[in-house]
Design a protein around this ligand. Structure first.
Ligand code: HAM
Length: 419
């Protein structure tokens, strides 16, 4: 039986890759202009990092992690997100000794055992950006601004920026208590999962998609009404900076985010063109994460963009693959050596050129050139070569001309790079 890929794990095929490369390149350029540097982190980490970082009572840690015991008996997990790993790397390599503020981004696959559907996969890619070491609200606004810049640069419109404040270690416990009391009176409306969440992590009930749970929570107290004076002041300043940057936003008091490390500012960018999985980006501040994973007190803020969701929203013309510059049609055995030589010289000049390997008919070689959208076809025939010539066909306007073999590379280079 033919072996197929695992459910929820996708191949990204050559005809799609141009869009992925375009998005990655734009992210690198945008983030680096804001002073960010790339970091690459392992795909596997000790399970404890995510359990402590993301929170034991989250869906990710409770149900969605790819966890296994390796041959040495250690519990390891395929990373479900990048923030905790980046924080670990900052601590482990003492990046703060170079500068207390680190602006880092990373691009790569994440793994969550979720039920696959459109926009939700078991292996998916994120572009993740984080600022470690600054608690000031101006950074919250700058990180959001950078995100919006990026989304605009890749051509996304019709997006909504939603923000909320989730409070801090001081004020959230009181809110949790209020929410628990409120929902306890309605617990018979809650699904089994939410009945359990009511005890372990009542804020997670906001994310439950089941209708009766949604109804039970609709009039529940909102976290932003319970935040302390310091959190309120922080949030007011974030909003002020967003206004200075002319960024429109919507306050969403029920957005709680699915990971437990968030404190104060939380945000999401939503697209109404996406259907059920409509969050393109989620992020926020996490001022206790470093301590949760055994480090010192370092504030942090960042976001992660879901690449599959983003790419499905890209305008059609973005990131199309570059066509072949030249196809060399080879007529006769002797010509193959010339084709091989010319193609190699063109490759050294950065020109995309291919030639026929198999001695196919001219008709079939021309079909191939067409399939690859070749801009030019160079026809090498034995008779012409003996005269030191070859035919160059411009595939756009269908004109043909004879070109001398001597200086061929130079002539082709001039033509191809000029157009
Ligand atoms: P998250 O909200 O879990 O946050 O994921 C961020 C984005 O990743 C989502 O908005 C979505 O676009 C994409 N995503 C998540 N799960 C899937 C999936 N199963 N299939 C396809 N796309 C998915 C985080 O991961 C945080 N680490 C974000 C962050 C960074 N917060 C602070 N810094």
């Amino acid at each position: 039986m033919e072996i197929k890929a695992i459910r929820g794990f996708n191949d990204i095929l050559p005809n799609e890759i141009g869009r992925w490369q375009f998005v990655e390149k734009t992210a690198r350029e945008t983030f680096e202009s804001f002073g960010f540097s790339e970091i690459r982190i392992p795909i596997l980490e000790k399970t404890e990092l995510f359990a402590r970082g993301i929170g034991e009572a989250t869906d990710i840690v409770e149900k969605e992690m790819y966890t296994f015991t390796d041959k040495g008996g250690s519990s390891l997990t395929l990373r479900p997100e990048a923030t905790a790993s980046m924080a670990r790397a900052y601590l482990e390599h003492k990046l703060y000794t170079f500068d207390p503020v680190a602006k880092l981004y990373c691009i790569g696959p994440m793994f969550r055992y979720e039920r696959p559907q459109k926009g939700r996969y078991r292996q998916f890619y994120q572009i993740d950006a984080e600022v470690f070491g600054v608690g000031n609200p101006v950074v919250d606004a700058e990180v959001i601004l950078m995100l919006i810049h990026f989304l605009k640069r890749v051509g996304l419109e019709k997006l909504e920026l939603q923000i909320n404040s989730l409070g801090c270690r001081e004020c959230r416990p009181r809110y949790r208590g209020e929410l628990k009391t409120y929902l306890s009176g309605k617990s018979f409306h809650l699904c089994e999962d939410c009945k359990r969440r009511l005890q372990t992590n009542p804020l997670r009930i906001f994310d439950c998609k089941i209708e009766t749970c949604q109804e039970a929570i609709v009039d529940a107290p909102k976290v932003s009404d319970f935040i302390c004076e310091e959190c309120r002041c922080h949030f007011d300043q974030v909003k002020e900076y967003l206004s200075i940057a002319d960024l429109e936003y919507v306050l969403n008091p029920t957005m709680v985010r699915g990971l437990d490390y968030y404190t104060r500012t939380a945000f999401e960018v939503v697209s109404y063109d996406l259907g059920a999985q409509n969050v393109v980006t989620g992020g926020g501040r996490y001022d206790n994460l470093f301590q949760e994973i055994g480090g010192m007190d370092v504030p942090g803020i960042g976001f992660a963009i879901g690449m599959e969701r983003l790419i499905s929203l890209l305008p059609r013309d973005k990131g199309s693959t570059r066509p072949l510059d030249l196809f060399i049609a080879v007529l006769g055995k002797k010509c193959k050596q010339d084709a091989f030589r010319i193609a190699n010289q063109l490759h050294l000049e950065g020109i995309r050129a291919e030639f026929d390997y198999e001695g196919k008919s001219l008709k079939s070689q021309m079909r191939r050139a067409d399939k690859f959208n070749a801009r030019y076809v160079l026809i090498l025939g034995e008779e012409e070569l003996e005269r030191g010539k070859a035919t160059l066909r411009n595939m756009a306007d269908k004109t043909q001309e004879e070109v001398p073999l001597q200086n061929m590379v130079h002539i082709l280079k001039e033509k191809i790079l000029r157009d």
